[in-house]
Design a protein around this ligand. Structure first.
Ligand SMILES: NC(=O)c1ccc[n+]([C@@H]2O[C@H](COP(=O)([O-])OP(=O)(O)OC[C@H]3O[C@@H](n4cnc5c(N)ncnc54)[C@H](OP(=O)(O)O)[C@@H]3O)[C@@H](O)[C@H]2O)c1
Length: 233
């Protein structure tokens, strides 16, 4: 049976991806601290910021991977912190890099050996994988680095029949975004107006892009913009 292994499907975009793959008949295994609320999803609890928690996961993970069908591994879990390049303590940057880069690397080391031809590794980036805005330095650094991780994945796995891409959502209507916006309708209007359709993206739309990418080896090595068209000012 085909299987989706995804980080951060307890909410937002990850949850929508899990729901989409379930509906498409895939087995779904979620890795996050809270379980995914979608019935039918299997959950392994892990704090991806904690190397010790990942080590514990590493013991149980191999037995949960089905080596038979195709695997789609989606590196989705992330958080956006408010920080600046001139006030970014090492300890804070290290925590962000643990979650966004080192956890995907450790999972790649564990899962790639079990992935056969037709499988895929999909990274979830951001509009901020290719540009910066003020006040979210660690997020910008981590999301830019994911471009390199995806491109290295493409080069180093060439010939194995495994493809990769980085999907970069624009503003998507999730818990993370709502927490940033608060109850302020003016902020919501300003954020919605930053793309050519003047609305937020639905998590299910990003899930459709991931489902398409999982079936599309021709996209190997691509950075995919999923942002409704950013308005340039
Ligand atoms: N929403 C947007 O506008 C937007 C735009 C561009 C890119 N993105 C990207 O899309 C992805 C999903 O974002 P979202 O908006 O759906 O966020 P979300 O609703 O806040 O979900 C984030 C997920 O990451 C998991 N996570 C966070 N820290 C974790 C940790 N230490 N250990 C394990 N899991 C952890 C959370 O699970 P637990 O809390 O249960 O652990 C949760 O399932 C992220 O990569 C984000 O950067 C989002």
């Amino acid at each position: 049976m085909n299987q989706l292994i995804i980080t951060g499907a307890s909410s937002g975009i990850g949850r929508a991806i899990a729901a989409r793959f379930l509906a498409d008949g895939w087995r779904v295994l979620n890795l996050s601290r809270r379980p995914c609320p979608e019935p039918g999803v299997e959950n392994l609890s892990v704090d991806l910021e904690s190397p010790a928690s990942l080590e514990t996961l590493a013991e149980s993970l191999p037995g949960r991977i089905d080596g038979e069908g195709r695997t789609c591994l989606v590196h989705n879990a992330s958080i956006m912190r408010a920080d600046r390049i001139d006030a970014l303590p090492d300890v804070d940057l290290r925590a962000v890099l643990e979650l966004n880069l080192l956890a995907p690397n450790r999972l790649n080391q564990r899962i790639l050996p079990r992935m056969g031809a037709g499988s895929s590794v999909i990274y979830i980036g951001s509009t901020l994988s290719e540009k910066a805005v003020p006040g979210v330095a660690s997020y910008v650094i981590a999301k830019h680095a994911l471009v390199g991780m995806m491109r290295a994945t493409c080069q180093d796995l060439a010939g194995r029949g495994i493809h990769t891409c980085l999907i970069c959502p624009g503003f998507t209507d999730t818990e993370q975004l709502r927490a940033l916006i608060g109850d302020n309708p003016e902020t919501l209007a300003a954020i919605s107006g930053m793309n050519a359709f003047d609305r937020l993206i639905a998590p299910a739309e990003i899930a459709s892009a991931v489902a398409f990418a999982a079936e599309a080896p021709m996209l190997n090595g691509s950075v995919i913009h999923a942002n409704l068209g950013q308005r340039e000012r």
